[in-house]
Design a protein around this ligand. Structure first.
Ligand code: KG4
Ligand code: ZN
Length: 341
């Protein structure tokens, strides 16, 4: 089965071809213009999607050496995300589906992340815990089957990626700052400064990162005034220490969830799962405790259409083609809470 995936929920325009869980192409165009505004400007994001979506889809088909008539279905992110951005992908996919009489499979972006660890492995074994950790979300899911999962914990304020981005701004780093902090941290001492680890000892699986952000801001103001007074060595130590605070909470809560629910496998997904310290720490601790950790390849951590196509393929296999010739699907900005059929 060959599926075309389309993803436009935020500031990445992406199209991919996936066949039997294998990626044939995965074109991602990231909108860099938002760095001038310190965050994603929804109106600009949707306009750029509109300008390049057809070229991105064409490139994905060409790279996969595939004619659109050969595909078995079109999977598209319909929720959650920026409404203007979602509308571009959803309507483009609808148009293609009508024109070429192909099944149209609506995919939830977060569900896409949940299964992204299985791209190219294709051996989804239930149950598992997934930590979806990105610029917009920090959520722990207990996943029992495709149609049965629930949220067991989530951030009460900022997402972890948002904390990376906002702290990066305080350090004079361009948006998105997560990968930049990760790189600078490699040259720093993670134990140099002790920043708060919100809710690390709470008896639930929730997260909180806004206290860390505020504490970091006061620390910078008190000791340096602003980032222009911070030298390179201190910058690396600050990045390493603040990254350690974020990673510690993510690791502790994920392991706690595995133990509490007696689950053997953990999937970590979303942009922040690209973080090198998170990947190393969670893998080491999980190995010590006998858990199995699945983390997507770096190119599947960020927003991408391959994960959308993969889930589209799994849905089509599980539910059959007939129910996917419906054109009343609409873009929906709100996040899912849980699913049980
Ligand atoms: O999943 P994603 O591409 O988009 C959202 O759905 O948000 O995630 C983007 C987020 C940004 O906040 C970015 O700073 C963060 O992921 N990120 C990282 C790293 N690479 C991306 N955070 C920490 N370390 C990284 N290496
Ligand atoms: Zn995402």
């Amino acid at each position: 089965m060959k599926i075309l995936g389309i993803e436009t929920s935020c500031d990445e325009t992406s199209a991919a071809l996936v066949q039997n869980g294998k990626t044939l192409s995965n074109i991602i165009s990231s909108q860099t213009i938002h760095k001038y505004f310190g965050g994603v400007v929804p109106e600009i994001a949707s306009r750029i999607h509109l300008q390049i979506i057809s070229k991105i889809v064409e490139d994905a088909l060409n790279e996969a050496n595939t004619n659109i008539k050969e595909i078995d279905g079109i999977a598209v992110t319909t929720q959650p995300g920026l409404i203007g951005s979602l509308l571009v992908g959803t309507n483009f996919a609808k148009g293609l589906s009508l024109r070429y009489s192909k099944p149209l499979i609506p995919v939830d972006h977060i569900e896409g992340h949940i299964y992204s660890g299985f791209l190219e492995k294709y051996d989804v074994k239930f149950p598992f815990i997934t930590l979806v950790v990105s610029g917009g979300h920090t959520i722990l899911f207990l996943v029992n089957s495709f149609s049965d999962y629930k949220i067991i914990g989530a951030t009460r304020d900022d997402a972890a990626g948002e904390a990376f981005d906002k702290i990066g701004k305080l350090l004079g780093l361009e948006y998105p700052a997560g990968a930049k902090i990760d790189n600078l941290a490699k040259k720093g001492n993670p134990y140099k400064y002790d920043f708060p680890r919100g809710l690390i000892n709470s008896n639930d699986f929730d997260f909180s990162f806004s206290g860390l952000k505020t504490s970091f801001r006061y620390f910078i103001e008190r000791n340096f005034g602003n980032y222009s007074k911070i030298d390179d060595v201190v910058l690396c130590d600050l990045c390493a220490s603040v990254q350690e605070a974020i990673v510690d909470v993510l690791v502790v809560k994920s392991i706690k969830a595995l133990e509490h629910y007696c689950i053997q496998s953990l999937v970590i997904a979303g942009g922040v799962s690209a973080n090198s310290r998170l990947r190393t720490k969670i893998q080491k601790l999980a190995q010590e405790k006998g858990f199995n950790v699945i983390i997507p390849k770096i190119q599947y951590c960020m927003d991408n259409a391959a994960m959308i196509a993969l889930l589209g393929e799994l849905k089509l296999l599980a539910e059959g083609k007939e129910r996917f010739f419906r054109y009343d699907i609409t873009a929906n900005p709100t996040p899912i809470r849980s699913r049980k059929k």
